[in-house]
Design a protein around this ligand. Structure first.
Ligand code: GAL
Length: 804
């Protein structure tokens, strides 16, 4: 926020700006509205006079691929959605005559993929990497006092990604009118070199365009100015630290004056906290913190890759409920909104740049651009994100194929590490290695400050210490267990794939490199010096439907063998945000508030199974199981073990005795299954599931019934199929139809089924194991949003939301 005037501070320009108070003006406006879109090539569309009247009118952010339709020809590995091909966007906008002399930036938070940009027919440049933020200075090309056209051509390619990348201008776009003398974009870098209980020094580096006098103010979490000065070192007394449970944020306000007149003002949020990494662990503000992390891809399930602040917020809130304290942004920089939310919610971020360097993983991947763009892309990630207190590690790559190269691996790792350190010496670097022990032998792992191990719990301790005795190690990718919410296959077996194209939720199944969460818990317990883990993954994501689909070496990158399997099964939470059982397994390991969870469902009549394995996940000391009111006995956590079927690369044996789950074999009789958790002999948590009767009614449960009328806020409405008594029907697949009227509309529907081609943008959805999801998006007018759900043979339900 700040001033941006070519003339005096009191001028009314820039248009559309808001007064912030005093003589400060906001120079940045959203550039999301009023675009035209054409899917396919459109020769000549870069020329201003081109006629786009017949193109579709839309507002950004926009992901054209999520609109579907699903088709196997788009490659199940990338979600089976039409993300590749050419797409054009154009926007016509007026620039007032008074803007002459302003520096004008148009900033794209991200455009997928290979964005070529023209303004008034003038080519400005291209940006291949779809996850990088980029901007163009357009001032000299503008038609002041008249109309202007910006044109953007995108060309995502087939076989360019290992997951669903999305397609289009899928992140926010901004226009900034700045005085010729201004703080350069990303031109502020705040660090806090010394912190004691009573004082923190705040050091600022400012890059100015032009010449002016700089002044600083620091605003504390309550909004009061607590320090001010013109030198780059300021002191904050009694600093309120940024921490996981108290994410206190300060703001640095930089003011630029020329001959006494304010010409620019920029606000930069930062936090005051200390990070310490050593072989014996990680400390945040002097306190040991074990990383309870998840890897997350950038998509938001049924909404696709388009940025919705609320979708990211909900995702992170659900992860926090699971006990997550850190996120790895696998395998690319996320949206700005995601980063802001991590600051606000107290989530540590491992910010990751790349999935590939020069050696390809897929035929048309980023490797083709790495030589030319790699330095720029990683540096821009650091410049963009280095003021976020949540960022505590920079990752230079994931499972980079150069791991196998004796010379190239260490060489490029060192180079990328140096690029990062040049811009931010205050945080450590890391890299996710899956090749064992190659990168440790060649010294590549030693080129980063923290070695990331993907799927190597067996190498923790002595094996890795032999190479890196004093080097911190983190489980950068762990478990990769797969499951489908609400699906239980009996008898329990460790199959590779199942004819249903679903995966059983007894939390055992995974590809050959994968293992149940329990194995990682055990390895971390035995090796307390490992910094912690990043589970693959917190949420299901679009694409990569392992264990279904195919193998690269036999399918040339196409994963179509088990269509319609088209999205991941790795999540502890499904694509709609509904927790799977694994969510509770992590919660039992990562949280302290007493909880207990029981699985499977209790509707086994007519299946021929007379004895059902029942598992309980808990953080309590003991759990007692009650079947139809009668105790089936107490089990003690840590003492009563559950035998799991486990087989993965380099693991000897076929089983693992887990102390992380309790289990009983229960003769099936319909009725109720109840678990009670005890601490110190006292009941402190319980959960009950009942045999459900026939589906009788729909129940809508919005996560928020009041949302902002800003054209972007969302209400996630859980749709439950219940029996006459209100029990969830755990096998129901009823088809539900939605009507949304008034001040909002349907943004998407979904149900968490990874193997269906039913569209996300529709007004109906089949339930999947009793649940589906309706996502309602607010319009820009305040009012009531009426939501109604009907289904043949079921009692309908209606709820009313408010957009304010
Ligand atoms: C890892 C890879 C991830 C994902 C995962 C699935 O090897 O880094 O991106 O593919 O496997 O288990």
């Amino acid at each position: 926020m700040g001033v941006a005037m070519a003339g005096t501070a009191a001028s009314a320009w820039p248009m559309g700006s808001r007064r912030l108070g005093g003589d400060a003006l906001e120079y940045r406006s959203s550039f999301n509205e009023g675009w035209r879109f054409h899917k396919g090539d459109a020769p000549g569309a870069e020329v201003a006079a081109f006629d786009d009247a017949k193109w579709r009118a839309l507002d950004l952010p926009h992901d054209w691929a999520i609109e579907g339709p699903f088709d196997v020809k788009y490659n199940a590995r990338c979600g089976g959605l039409p993300f590749h091909g050419i797409g054009w966007y154009r926007k016509t906008f007026d620039v007032p005559a008074e803007a002459e002399g302003n520096v004008v930036y148009i900033t794209f938070d991200g455009a997928m993929y290979n964005a070529q940009v023209w303004i008034n027919g003038q080519f400005l440049g291209n940006r291949p990497y779809g996850y990088s933020e980029f901007r163009h200075e357009v001032g000299k090309h503008l038609n002041h006092g008249g109309s202007n056209v910006i044109a953007v051509k995108l060309s995502p390619e087939d076989l360019s990604s290992r997951w669903y990348p999305g397609a289009g201008i899928y992140r926010n776009v901004w226009i900034d009118y700045r005085n010729p003398v201004h703080v350069a974009p990303w031109g502020t870098f705040v660090t806090t070199p010394t912190i004691t209980e009573t004082q923190a020094t705040v050091h600022v580096e400012t890059t100015l365009v032009g010449e002016g006098d700089i002044g600083y103010e620091i605003i504390d979490p309550n909004g009061g100015v607590v320090a001010a000065g013109t030198t780059p070192d300021l002191v904050v007394e009694n600093p309120r630290l940024w921490d996981i449970d108290s994410p206190n944020l300060y703001v640095l306000r930089t003011t630029v004056r020329v001959d006494g007149a304010m010409v620019d003002q920029v606000e930069t949020r930062f936090g005051i906290r200390t990070l310490e990494f050593s072989k014996s662990g990680f400390k945040l503000n002097g306190r040991p913190v074990r990383i309870q992390g998840v890897c997350l891809h950038h998509d938001n399930g049924p909404l696709g890759a388009a940025t919705y602040r609320r979708a990211d917020e909900r995702k992170l809130q659900i992860m926090k409920q699971m006990g997550v304290n850190s996120v790895r942004t696998s395998h690319n920089p996320p949206s700005n909104e995601f980063m802001d939310l991590c600051d606000e919610l107290g989530i540590l971020v491992q910010d990751e740049a790349f999935d590939v360097w020069k050696i390809p993983k897929v035929e048309n991947g980023y490797n083709r651009f790495f030589e030319e763009w790699g330095e720029r892309d990683i540096k821009d990630m650091v410049r963009r994100d280095r003021n976020h207190p949540s960022v505590f590690m920079w990752s230079i790559g994931n499972e980079i194929i150069e791991q196998r190269e004796k010379v190239e691996g260490p060489r490029v790792a060192k180079q990328l590490n140096d690029y990062v350190k040049e811009l931010d010496p205050s945080r450590p670097t890391t890299c996710g290695f899956n090749w064992w022990p190659g990168p440790y032998q060649t010294g590549m792992a030693g080129q980063v400050d923290i070695a990331g191990m993907n799927y190597k719990p067996l190498a923790y301790g002595a094996p890795v210490n032999e190479f890196l005795p004093n080097h911190p190690v983190v489980g950068s990718e762990t478990s990769s267990c797969t499951s489908s919410r609400g699906v239980y296959h009996l008898l329990i077996e460790k199959y590779k794939t199942h004819e249903s194209k679903q995966v059983s939720s007894y939390d055992l199944i995974g590809p050959p490199w994968a293992y149940p969460p329990d194995v990682e818990y055990d390895a971390l317990e035995r090796n307390p010096e490992i910094l912690g883990e990043y589970v693959w993954t917190g949420f299901d994501y679009l694409g990569e439907p392992t264990p279904y689909g195919g193998k690269d070496n036999s399918t040339n990158g196409y994963w179509n063998a088990d269509w319609p399997s088209r999205s991941s099964y790795f999540g502890a939470v499904d694509l709609c945000g509904f927790p799977k059982d694994r969510f509770y397994l992590y919660q039992s390991q990562w949280t302290a508030k007493p909880m207990v969870h029981v699985l499977p469902h209790w509707n086994w009549e007519g299946t021929g199974h007379s004895t059902i394995p029942v598992y309980a996940y808990t953080n309590c000391e003991e759990v007692e199981l009650f079947v139809n009111g009668a105790s089936a006995g107490k089990k003690v956590k840590g003492k009563d073990l559950t035998q799991l079927l486990v087989k993965f690369n380099r693991y000897d044996g076929d089983t693992f005795m887990s102390k992380y789950r309790l289990s009983w074999d229960v003769p099936y009789a319909p009725g109720s299954l109840k678990v009670v958790g005890y601490i110190g002999g006292k009941p402190v948590a319980e959960k009950e599931i009942k045999t459900a009767g026939a589906p009788a009614k729909i129940r809508l449960v919005p996560d928020r019934s009041g949302i902002a009328a800003d054209g972007a806020d969302l209400s996630y409405v859980t749709v439950r199929i219940e029996d006459a008594d209100g029990n969830l029907c755990p096998l129901a697949d009823n088809s539900v139809e939605f009507e949304v009227a008034g001040a909002g509309r349907i943004a998407a529907v979904g149900n968490g089924n990874a193997a269906t081609t039913a569209p996300f943008q529709a007004n109906r959805r089949d339930a999947f194991n009793g649940l589906c999801m309706l996502i309602v998006k607010a319009g820009k007018q305040a009012g009531t949003i009426d939501v109604k759900a009907t289904s043949q043979g079921l009692q309908p339900h209606a709820v009313h939301l408010t957009a304010r």
